[in-house]
Design a protein around this ligand. Structure first.
Ligand SMILES: [Zn+2]
Length: 71
């Protein structure tokens, strides 16, 4: 699945509605990223890491992040 071009400089994208973080390098259809982008209830992280997302209370998406959950 193609990553959204507007996020070409980010890897991790959080969904404020569900408190889920997605890996833009490994998106799946199940992520519903188009719906998330349409809702505009997303945010990027600084630094752009899974650890930072988790520090902010975001849970890894079970569709695109499972291989990284122990990072
Ligand atoms: Zn996902």
């Amino acid at each position: 699945m193609a990553r959204p071009t507007r996020f070409e400089h980010f890897r991790w994208l959080g969904d404020k509605r569900s408190m889920i973080v997605h890996d833009l390098d490994d998106l799946t259809e199940a992520c519903g990223i188009d719906d998330l982008l349409a809702s505009e209830q997303f945010l990027a992280f600084a630094p752009d890491t899974l650890a930072e997302a988790r520090n902010r209370g975001y849970a890894p998406c079970r569709h695109c992040v499972p291989r990284h959950t122990e990072e």
